[in-house]
Write a protein that binds this ligand. Structure first.
Ligand code: NAD
Length: 275
C-alpha cells in the first residue's frame, strides 16, 4: 500500500454512486483516488474528478480507458451496470486486485462470471453495502427462522427514486434471500414477485415482493411478518448515498490482504452466520 493509502479506482465515476465515492475517498484516511473511469463518449471524460463531484480540482482526470486506470491500482469500486461489472471483474482478475461490486440486477450467468473472476481477484459483492441493511438481513433471517411459515406471511416492500432501472431492488432480493435462509427454502421457488388481477388467496410459505418507484428516494425497505392478529416489521431507511460509499471503501480496505475469493458485506462486517 502506498504511503497515502490504498490506491482505488472509481468506475462509473459520473454516476450517482461514483460521485458519492469520489467525495468520500477524498475524505477517508487510508485510501486515495488513483483513477476515475467514465463510459466512452461521456461528457465527463477529460474533466477533473473532484470538480464534477463538487470537491474542487483534485488532480485526477477522468478517463474512459480502464486498462490505463487499473495499472498500479490496488482496488476498483464499481457501481455501474451488470455487463460493465462483468467486464471489469475480468480486468481486476488479470490485475490481481480487489474488486468491490455494488451493481445490482445481475443475472445468474453474470454471477457465474464473477465467481470465475474471484479465482484471481478479491471480489466483495453485495446488493447493499450499508451496515444497517446487512444487520437487517441478519435480523430478518432470525425472525424468519423463529416465526413458522404456516402462520406468518413474509412480504418485502421497497421504494426507490424514479431513475432506478431494476426491480425488485438488489437489497429487497438480499433480504428475501435472508428470509429464505431462515426458513431453509429456495428463494426462487418460493417468491411471488408480482400480483395483478384475480390471483387467488395467498399461498402459505411464499415470500412476496412489492416495488414502489418515485421522486428522489434513496432506498427504503421493510420486511413485514404478518401473523394472525399481529405484525412485525423490520425496516431500513437510507438518508444518504454515503452509507453505501462508506461500506464499499471499508470493503476494499478489508479485502486488501485477503486471499482471492468471493466475499460478501457480511464477511466484511463480521456478521456472517455459521452454516
Ligand atoms: P447511475 O446510472 O447514476 O451510475 C452508473 C454509472 O455507470 C453511469 O454514470 C454510467 O455511465 C456508468 N457506466 C456504465 N457503463 C460504464 C463503463 N463501461 N465504463 C464506465 N462507466 C460506465 O446509477 P447509480 O444510482 O450510481 O447506481 C449504479 C448501480 O449501483 C445500480 O446497479 C444500483 O442499483 C447500484 N447500487 C447499489 C448499492 C449497494 O449498496 N450495493 C447502492 C446504490 C446503488
Amino acid at each position: 500500500m502506498g504511503s497515502s493509502g490504498m490506491k482505488l479506482v472509481v468506475v462509473g465515476a459520473a454516476g450517482r454512486m461514483g460521485q458519492a465515492l469520489i467525495r468520500l475517498i477524498h475524505q477517508t484516511p487510508g485510501v486515495q483516488l488513483h483513477a476515475a473511469v467514465a463510459r466512452e463518449g461521456s461528457a465527463f471524460v477529460g474533466r477533473d474528478a473532484g470538480e464534477i463531484s463538487g470537491l474542487g480540482p483534485i488532480g485526477v482526470e477522468i478517463t474512459s480507458d480502464p486498462l490505463q486506470a487499473f495499472l498500479h491500482a490496488e482496488g476498483v469500486i464499481d457501481f455501474t451496470s451488470p455487463a460493465t461489472s462483468v467486464t471489469f471483474a475480468g480486468l481486476a482478475a488479470q490485475a490481481r486486485i480487489v474488486h468491490v461490486i455494488g451493481t445490482t440486477g445481475c443475472s445468474p450467468q453474470d454471477e457465474e462470471k464473477f465467481k470465475a473472476a474471484s479465482r484471481h481477484a478479491r471480489i466483495v459483492k453485495s446488493g447493499n453495502m450499508s451496515l444497517g441493511v446487512n444487520l437487517l438481513s441478519v435480523l430478518t433471517q432470525q425472525a424468519a427462522q423463529a416465526l413458522d411459515a404456516q402462520n406468518w406471511d413474509i412480504e418485502i416492500l421497497e421504494m426507490h427514486h424514479k431513475h432506478k432501472v431494476d426491480a425488485p431492488s438488489g437489497t429487497a432480493l438480499l433480504l428475501g434471500e435472508a428470509a429464505a435462509a431462515g426458513r431453509k427454502v429456495d428463494l426462487t421457488a418460493s417468491s411471488v414477485r408480482v400480483r395483478d388481477g384475480h390471483t387467488g388467496a395467498r399461498e402459505a410459505g411464499t415470500i412476496g415482493f412489492a416495488t414502489l418507484r418515485g421522486g428522489s428516494v434513496i432506498g427504503e425497505h421493510s420486511v413485514i411478518f404478518a401473523g394472525e392478529g399481529e405484525r412485525v416489521e423490520l425496516s431500513h431507511y437510507a438518508g444518504d448515498r454515503s452509507i453505501f460509499a462508506r461500506g464499499a471503501i471499508t470493503a476494499a480496505m478489508w479485502a486488501f490482504d485477503k486471499k482471492p475469493g468471493f466475499y460478501s458485506m457480511l464477511d466484511v462486517l463480521g456478521l456472517s452466520q455459521p452454516e
